[in-house]
Design a protein around this ligand. Structure first.
Ligand code: PEP
Ligand code: MN
Length: 675
């Protein structure tokens, strides 16, 4: 049994809880996971749980049925998010929650140049942590054993140059002490998973640990090894499935995909996958990696080498940098299907453009504030569990303070008056089309600009009271978008009366305020809204087509805005360089998309002339939408999304010309497109 103690419990109250348990025949052990404190009670005692729960400082009592306690979800229900790095020039990287965090690098550090070149290549493609072995546990004593501490120094320097924390394997307790100031995360290799003295020493250091699953370890043995680390003092453990030994010989090991959902159910710790050591064959690494992401992995660790044929270890399973880049693009596209976002962190700013022979293609933009920099809340429209709140957390992380607003206009107000650092609003849905209210708000709030976008997969649920059944329902509430996106499902229930609400989660919350028979009302919203308000999901996946995505934009108060309401090209650049808080996951790359608004004169070919300016310069048009101009019947504004070509001069020239050929030209913002 685990007694979860309240934060800030006094030593006196803790003593009373311990005494209560000891008096009733339990052996008692005090435990901690970071700031969370627990008392573990074992043995043949018996106690009245109700009485125990009423003691001061007791938050809840969990009956643990597992031999591991601190690693168990019974002890801690929420996902643990492990932070690696986050000092000086090294961005903080979160592993766990709704992100997919990618670790990449060579099997072994071979030279200063090799690790730097690899670091640069994987960083450009989107890796956020650098891996590499300095001490290599090789099956043969005659194989390359690694460069030792020198290799670790090379790797740390490469991580600093490229803005990446590093992870490296530690093979003995003595080395753990020597390595602790150089590495950001320790890796416990598969062969050492049950080296308990090593686990205890590494756990006591308190730094994040990547714990590989042993080649013959059961899931329970693996979680007990994690327990050793947690019980020794660290709270930051990431589990890594890397293939287990089976009778199959074609692949190096057998990737146990099912371990991912199983472990995620049993433990709150993040789980990542190493497809390289699991399959051992370069051509099979990508499909295994994608399968891991689809199964819910929180990240990957992948071996990449600039010239795998020359690698001193594990060349045959190392990806070429180009293959790795392609893999990350595929993961970015796959992530929304499993409700996640590929984590990006800011690239180091290179004033001179060149450093140690390395040029970051994205160095044109100003540095982007790191996650901790967003201290004011981020605003969204709706109540807890709204899709916009999920999008917001995807972009800024679960920890960011959030401001719930009673409508889209209130989000714009909060951004403008500074009560929110940024806002997140939907602009279009792949089934139901544009959210016109927000397009119109951009015109009413010219001081607000788009600084990022992200797409969220929308899975709708029918949500009701605990006792509600499909047959008891008479009224269904949702945002009008919810009704449109679930049209086919609703058509099967013509007896249900639709009641529109300003937000899907608000429709769910309204069920709780219902004075009459609660089983008559249901709401259409996401599962998160049901969880947030303690209601039941009656049916899930009721949207007409599973390919249902909503595009959200991140808005902030404009910097460098030209008060006339017209944006010239200079102002474009000012906006680019003076960007206000851009979400860390979205702002790391050079902007490649712009959203514009203009009208045209009432004469033949005027719209064509404007679009021709774009096409002549190879500027791709991804969206064109017209909206009536209020107070000017039969005149329209055109909302246009365009790509920014690699040569920004082309874009600037196009904008200059568009300004002269169009009327009422505005830029809504330039930002990085999401896939
Ligand atoms: C490694 O990651 O380089 C490694 C040796 O992996 P494992 O311990 O999983 O074999
Ligand atoms: Mn290897």
């Amino acid at each position: 049994m685990i007694v979860v103690l309240s934060k800030g419990i006094s030593p006196h109250d803790k003593e009373i809880v311990g005494g209560f348990l000891r008096d009733r025949g339990f052996s008692v052990r005090e435990q901690a996971l970071g700031d969370d404190q627990f008392i573990s009670a074992s043995g043949k005692g018996s106690a009245d749980i109700g009485e125990l729960t009423l003691l001061p400082g007791v938050e809840r009592v969990a009956a643990t049925s597992k031999p591991y306690e601190l690693a168990s979800r019974e002890t801690r229900a929420e996902d643990t998010i492990v932070t690696v790095g986050g000092y000086d020039s090294i961005p903080a990287v979160s592993v766990g929650g709704s992100r997919i965090s990618i670790i990449a690098g060579p099997c072994a550090v071979e030279s200063r140049e090799q690790i730097l070149e690899t670091a640069y290549r994987v960083r450009e493609s989107g890796a956020v942590i650098l891996r590499g072995g300095a001490f290599k546990p090789r099956t043969s004593p005659y194989a390359f054993q690694g460069l030792g501490m020198k290799g670790l120094e090379f790797m740390k320097a490469a991580g600093e140059t490229c803005g990446m924390p590093i992870v490296t394997e530690v093979v003995s307790p003595e080395l753990a002490d020597q390595m602790k100031d150089l590495t950001d995360m320790f890796q416990i290799g598969a062969r050492n998973m049950q080296n308990f003295e090593l686990l205890k020493r590494v756990g006591a250091i308190g730094k994040p640990v990547l714990l590989k699953r042993g080649p013959s370890a059961t899931i329970e043995e693996w979680l007990l090894s994690a327990e050793y680390l947690l019980a020794s003092g660290t709270r930051d453990v990431v589990l890594c499935e890397r293939g287990i030994r089976t009778f199959e010989t074609y692949t190096r090991n057998t990737l146990d995909i099912s371990a991912i959902p199983v472990v995620k159910g049993l433990s709150h710790l993040p789980v990542i996958v190493d497809p390289s050591h699991a399959v051992g064959i370069r051509a099979k690494v990508t499909p295994a990696a994608l399968a891991a992401v689809a199964a819910g992995a929180d990240g990957l660790t992948v071996e990449v080498h600039p010239r795998p044929d020359e690698a001193l270890s594990d060349g045959p399973q190392s990806l070429y940098p180009e293959q790795f880049e392609r893999l990350l693009r595929d993961i970015e596209a796959l992530a929304p299907v499993v409700g996640k976002e590929l984590l990006r962190t800011p690239l180091p700013h290179q004033h001179s453009g060149r450093k140690e022979g390395i040029v970051f293609l994205s160095s044109a933009a100003e540095p982007v504030p790191s996650p901790g920099a967003v201290s004011a809340p981020v605003a969204f429209s709706g109540e807890s569990g709204a899709f916009a709140e999920l999008a917001l957390m995807r972009a800024f992380g679960e920890e960011v303070p959030r401001l719930s607003c009673p409508g889209f206009g209130a989000v714009f107000d909060a951004v403008l008056d500074g009560s929110a650092a940024a806002g997140v609003v939907p602009v279009e849905n792949s089934l139901a089309g544009s959210i016109h209210e927000n397009y119109d708000l951009f015109l009413r709030y010219p001081d607000v600009a788009i600084v990022g976008e992200l797409k969220l997969r929308i899975v709708h649920c029918l949500i009701g009271d605990e006792k509600a059944e499909l047959d008891s329902i008479r009224v269904v509430r949702s945002h009008p978008q919810g009704f449109i996106q679930c049209r086919e499902f609703l058509d099967k229930h013509p007896e249900w009366h639709p009641e529109p609400y300003y937000n899907t989660a608000a429709a769910v919350a309204s069920i709780l305020r219902e004075s009459g028979d609660r089983t008559r009302v249901a709401a259409i919203a996401g599962e998160a809204a049901a969880t947030a308000h303690g209601l039941k999901v009656l049916k899930t996946g009721i949207e007409t087509n599973p390919l249902n995505y909503t595009r959200f934009v991140i808005i902030t108060r404009r910097v460098g805005y030209d008060i006339s309401g017209r944006m010239g090209c200079d102002t474009f650049r000012r906006q680019e360089t003076g960007r206000a808080p851009v979400p860390p996951s979205l702002g790391s790359d050079k902007p490649n998309k712009a959203s514009l608004v203009f009208s045209v004169s009432d004469e033949p070919g005027s719209l064509f002339a404007c679009l021709k300016i774009l096409s002549e310069r190879g500027i791709n048009l991804s969206k064109l939408e017209s909206r009536p101009i209020q107070g000017q019947p039969w005149r329209y504004l055109f909302y246009v999304d365009v790509s920014i070509p690699d040569k920004p001069e082309l874009f600037d020239a196009a904008m200059d010309e568009l300004k002269t050929k169009s009327e009422d030209f505005h830029s809504l913002g330039i930002y990085r497109a999401s896939l």
